[in-house]
Design a protein around this ligand. Structure first.
Ligand code: SF4
Ligand code: FES
Length: 224
């Protein structure tokens, strides 16, 4: 199997971007875009290489995806176009600065100040599978770095808290959820189809909205 990696490169955030091609050949049917990238001098981010950390998120043939989760054999074209995520500032080549996601979690106070109570374990478990990869933000028509709307990358950890909150913390999370997630979401659900962790985004959204916006906490809490 032979592929050409057609990569949008840039030496620094200020430098002019340019395209460069790299040829990659392998007999390994399991080889991924990440495997091929490892043979190039291109700068990109990765860690687990097992679809667990979300670090290798990029745009592959115009579709946001994880490089380590995209097999070369599943790409029909001989040329594979690789670009950095577009919603985040580029640092170099395919490496982007996604720190805005952590800033949003801080801004929305996504932490527990009191000991967790037993709530919906299933909802908490599903929400905890979020990789913080940012692919949902890439396809979201309403998310812009620096904006008020923090997108599904914040909704997932917030719904985890909502599922486990003690009564004392409900008002705080409801206020921040309404401001940072509910009021900015246009319900396009583009995030639902792109999420590499296959989070049940619609279900989490409906339950979190019911609890934090419509004050139906009992419905979320009694689902164990
Ligand atoms: S919700 Fe899915 S796409 Fe969004 S950051 Fe979490 S794992 Fe990635
Ligand atoms: S390197 Fe961890 S998800 Fe790809």
């Amino acid at each position: 199997m032979k592929k050409i990696l057609h990569i949008l490169r840039r030496e620094s955030a200020q430098a002019k971007p340019y395209w460069e091609d790299f040829s990659y050949e392998t007999a390994d049917e399991g080889a991924t875009v990440a495997t091929a990238l490892a043979s190039t001098p291109v700068v990109w981010e990765h860690s687990c290489l097992q679809r667990r950390c979300g670090a290798c998120a990029m745009v592959i043939n115009r579709i946001p995806a994880l490089a380590c989760n995209t097999r070369l054999s599943e790409i029909a074209s001989d040329v594979i176009r690789l670009e950095p995520l577009r919603k985040f500032p580029v640092i170099e080549d395919l490496l982007v600065d996604r720190s805005v996601m952590m800033q949003n979690l801080r801004r929305l106070s996504v932490w527990m100040e009191e000991e967790a109570r037993t709530g919906s374990e299933e909802m908490a478990f599903e929400a905890a599978r979020c990789l913080q990869c940012g692919l949902c933000l890439e396809v979201c028509p309403n998310f812009a770095a620096g904006g008020t709307f923090a997108g599904m990358a914040a909704m997932a950890p917030m719904s985890r808290l909502i599922a486990r909150l003690s009564e004392g913390e409900r008002k705080r999370i409801a206020r921040d959820y309404k401001k940072g997630v509910y009021s900015g979401c246009g319900k396009s659900l583009a995030c639902r189809d792109i999420c590499p962790a296959q989070l049940p985004i619609e279900d989490l959204l409906v339950k979190s909205n019911a609890a934090a916006v419509w004050n139906r906490w009992k419905g979320v809490m009694k689902q164990n």
